[in-house]
Design a protein around this ligand. Structure first.
Ligand SMILES: *Cc1c(COP(=O)(O)O)cnc(C)c1O
Length: 377
């Protein structure tokens, strides 16, 4: 029997269990403890900024938006091409998303469309409260262009680096590129704490505020006294222990994910109409997922035919994210463009990308894809 190949699975490095045992030995089995402190310290050393470990990337985005002052009735600009978890926290806060199309060079928020939108809004005197930037599939957005536009209009930026831990923009790490940043340690991300996230910020007081909110916003003193709304959003000390082990292998995981993407690219080099997503010139793309764009006329097979053929061989693959402006959940939101996102969604496929894939696994996946292709040259 052939084994099932999943899209992206956890890949432990070996030291995680040592740290987890330390957590058990210390009996710090809740949301305080030495593993949490160490995980934050070690993560901060990578990005150069203070941070707070949270229960999920979504929680980090929620608190990040609140730090930027997002509240009821506000608008927040977001790329339409992203995972729904980028956008839902906008709605948690009673605000409305405004979607902007992707650009072809990186598949991320189009700086020109953003500039046009903010200029038009400035003229009307109704600028959005914040802009959310997402680094899709491990590739950073064009941050200089985006930050320049946002600074010109004094609109703060939140960085959703959930998919991009280990990526870089002009030599600087993803997760340190805006005033507030969020990453995810969900099970399918490049490294995992099973579930978890991290919020980091330039201003240490913002991190302390997020930490306070993440622990039910309990005011100092012995009484359970509350003046602000809080959440139960802190990461567990046990899961932080897993994160410490995972951080130690992050660079290896990035290397292997990139190797897998380029391995597929080379194996499909002679097939017209099957191309790896672009690698923008401004930084290191982790290729968290190996994403390809299908041109059905040239390949002689469409995206769904490839997904079905892989599924028949017990191999998981999936389309590129369905744009937010096409989601019934967010249908009422305003959107600016969206044709590029729709095209990438229609033709994009995410191939299995786990860093633990073997060369035999890759050969099996490649053989299935090649067998469906009927290239017309
Ligand atoms: C995974 C993901 C999130 C949410 O992270 P969780 O840890 O699963 O809550 C947010 N944004 C994007 C783009 C993601 O891929």
């Amino acid at each position: 029997m052939k084994k099932r190949i999943y899209l992206s699975v956890p890949h432990m490095g070996g030291e995680e269990e040592t740290f987890v045992r330390a957590a058990f030995a210390s009996n710090w089995l809740s949301t305080v403890g030495p593993e949490l402190d160490a995980f934050e310290r070690e993560f901060a050393a990578r990005t150069g900024r203070p941070c707070v470990a949270l229960a999920s990337g979504t929680a980090a985005l929620h608190l990040g938006l609140r730090l930027l002052g997002v509240g009821p009735g506000d608008e927040v600009v977001s790329p339409t091409l992203t995972f729904v978890a980028s956008v839902n926290p906008i709605v948690y806060l009673g605000a409305r998303p405004v979607f902007v199309d992707a650009e072809r060079e990186s598949w991320n928020l189009d700086p020109q469309r953003l500039a046009d939108l903010l200029a038009a809004r400035a003229a009307q005197g109704r600028l959005p409260r914040a802009v959310m930037v997402v680094h899709l599939y491990g590739q950073t957005a064009d941050m200089d262009a985006i930050l320049e536009v946002c600074q010109r209009h004094e609109v703060p930026v939140l960085e959703d680096a959930a998919e991009a831990l280990g990526a870089e923009y002009k030599g600087r790490p993803a997760g340190s590129l805006a005033s507030v940043s969020a990453v995810s340690f969900n099970g399918n991300k490049i490294i995992t704490t099973t579930s978890g996230g991290m919020l980091s910020a330039l201003d240490p007081r913002w991190v302390e505020k997020a930490r306070f909110w993440s622990q039910q916003a309990r005011d100092p003193g012995i009484a359970y006294h509350h003046t602000e709304m809080g959440y139960n959003y802190r990461l567990s000390n046990v899961l932080a222990a897993i994160g410490r082990g995972q951080l130690r292998v992050l660079d290896d995981r990035v290397r292997r994910r990139r190797e897998i993407a380029f391995h597929y690219r080379d194996a499909f080099a002679d097939l017209p109409g099957l191309t790896l997503m672009p690698q923008a010139p401004w930084g290191l793309h982790t290729n968290w997922l190996s994403v390809f764009l299908v041109d059905p006329a040239r390949l002689g097979a469409d995206r769904d035919a490839i997904i079905e053929a892989l599924a028949a061989d017990d191999i998981e693959s999936r389309p590129v994210w369905k744009p937010m402006h096409l989601q019934p959940l967010h249908a009422a939101a305003e959107h600016h463009g969206g044709e590029i996102a729709e095209d990438l969604f229609q033709r994009g496929i995410c191939l299995p990308s786990s860093s633990s894939l073997t060369d035999e696994d890759l050969a099996r996946i490649i053989a299935v894809v090649r067998a469906v292709a009927r290239p017309r040259r």
